[in-house]
Design a binder for this molecule. Structure first.
Ligand SMILES: C[S@@+](CC[C@H](N)C(=O)[O-])C[C@H]1O[C@@H](n2cnc3c(N)ncnc32)[C@H](O)[C@@H]1O
Length: 343
C-alpha cells in the first residue's frame, strides 16, 4: 500500500474526493482515506497513479505523499521523511508551495519555498529547475495543514476543456459538462472494458466519458433527434464500440450492465415525453436495478424536491452516497450513488 495525494479541482465540495475513491475501486484496487482537506485527498491504496490519472475528471494531479503536518513542523518533517531518498541523485527538481483558496494568509509562500528548497539542497546537491524538473515537490497549504508530495501524474485538464459542449458537433442545452459526466462515470465504478448504460442519454455527454475510459457505452433515449446528436458526438470523440437505442427507458429491455450513470430529464429544457417526473423515477428504478449486475453501481441525478432514497424503496439498491449540486439559480439537484446489493 502506498500513500497518495490527490490535488482536487475544487469545482465541488464532495464530488471530487468521492470520484477518486470510485475510480480506484473501479480499477479493482483498495482505498482507505487518510485525510480529506479542502481540495486535497490523501489515501492509502495499492493503485499506481499511472493506472488512474487518465480517468479522473475533477483532479489536477496525483502524487506520492510524504506527510501531512502543521506548518511549523514542515521543515523538520521533510528532513525526517523518505522524500530525500525518493529523489534520484544529481537531478533537477522544482519546489512549489501552493496555497488553497485563502488559507494561511500570513505565510510568505516564496520564503517558505526557499526554506524547503534549502533543506533539500542541504542534503543533496540538486539543481533547481522550475521549467523542466525531473521531480516536482509540492507543498499544499490547506485548512490548518501542509501536505508534502512529489507529483507523479498530471490530469490533462486541457483535454477536458476541449470536450466542452460548444466544441462538439451536436449541441443541446440539457447536455452535461464533461468533468461532471466523467465524475459520474467514476462514481458508478465503471470498469474499463465493461458494459456501461445511460438510459436517458440525450446527446451523449455521459456516454462519451464512459467510452473514453474504455468501456462499451450503450445509450437509450425516447427522442430520435437526441440519438442522432449522440451518434455524431460519439463518432467525433473517436468512440466506435457504442450502441444506441430509441425508446422509453421504463419499457426497454437492456443487457446486464457493469455500471449505469444517468441524468434523467429535469426541467423545461429536457423533455419528459409528457410524463410526470416522479413517475419516471418510480418506474425506471426497478428496470435499472434489474439491469445492473450484482454489486455494481448506479449513479443517477434527481431534482432536490424528489427524494430518490424513498423512491428506491423496494428496489434491491443500497444508497452509498448523495451529493448536492446547484445547476442554476432555480434548480438544485442531488447525485445519488446506489449499489445493487441483492436479488
Ligand atoms: C437531461 S437529458 C440527458 C442529457 C445527457 N446526459 C447529455 O449529457 O447529453 C435527459 C434526456 O432524457 C430523455 N428522455 C425523457 N424521457 C425519457 C424516457 N422515458 N426514456 C428515455 N429517455 C427519455 C430526453 O429526451 C433527454 O434527452
Amino acid at each position: 500500500m502506498r500513500r497518495l495525494t490527490f490535488f482536487l479541482s475544487g469545482e465541488h465540495s464532495t464530488v471530487p474526493p468521492s470520484e477518486v475513491v470510485g475510480a480506484i475501486e473501479a480499477e479493482g484496487c483498495e482505498c482507505r482515506a487518510i485525510d480529506e482537506l479542502d481540495q486535497v485527498l490523501v489515501v492509502e491504496s495499492d493503485i499506481k497513479p499511472r493506472e488512474i490519472f487518465d480517468r479522473l475528471g475533477m483532479t489536477h494531479w496525483i502524487g506520492e505523499n510524504f506527510g501531512i503536518c502543521d506548518i511549523d513542523d514542515l521543515i523538520e518533517v521533510i528532513g525526517n521523511s523518505d522524500l530525500l531518498d525518493f529523489l534520484p541523485h544529481s537531478r533537477k527538481i522544482s519546489v512549489r508551495v501552493k496555497r488553497v483558496r485563502k488559507y494561511f494568509p500570513n505565510i510568505d509562500t516564496q520564503k517558505l519555498t526557499k526554506e524547503v528548497a534549502d533543506e533539500i539542497l542541504d542534503t543533496y546537491d540538486y539543481e533547481v529547475d522550475l521549467e523542466h524538473p525531473d521531480r516536482e515537490i509540492s507543498i499544499i497549504l490547506t485548512e490548518d495543514k501542509s501536505v508534502i508530495s512529489i507529483i507523479q501524474n498530471r490530469v490533462d485538464r486541457e483535454a477536458i476543456e476541449e470536450r466542452r459542449p460548444p466544441e462538439r458537433p451536436a449541441l443541446h442545452p440539457s447536455t452535461m459538462q464533461p468533468n461532471l459526466a466523467r465524475a459520474m462515470v467514476n462514481l458508478a465504478r465503471t470498469p474499463r472494458n465493461g458494459k456501461f448504460l445511460d438510459p436517458f442519454c440525450g446527446i451523449g455527454g455521459i456516454l462519451i466519458e464512459a467510452g473514453l475510459i474504455g468501456s462499451e457505452p450503450i445509450g437509450a433515449d425516447i427522442n430520435k433527434n437526441m440519438l442522432d446528436g449522440a451518434r455524431k458526438n460519439l463518432e467525433d470523440a473517436g468512440i466506435r464500440n457504442y450502441e444506441l437505442r430509441e425508446g422509453d427507458a421504463r419499457e426497454l429491455e437492456f443487457e446486464k450492465a457493469d455500471a449505469i450513470a444517468t441524468d434523467p430529464p429535469y426541467g423545461r429544457q429536457a423533455s419528459t415525453g409528457g410524463s410526470e417526473l416522479i413517475d419516471i423515477y418510480k418506474e425506471v428504478l426497478p428496470v435499472l436495478s434489474e439491469t445492473l449486475k450484482m454489486d455494481r453501481y448506479l449513479c443517477i441525478t434527481a431534482p432536490s424536491d424528489i427524494n430518490l432514497e424513498e423512491t428506491a424503496e423496494g428496489c434491491p439498491l443500497d444508497l452509498e452516497e448523495k451529493h448536492q449540486e446547484r445547476v442554476h439559480k432555480s434548480l438544485a439537484r442531488n447525485i445519488y450513488v446506489f449499489r445493487r446489493s441483492r436479488d
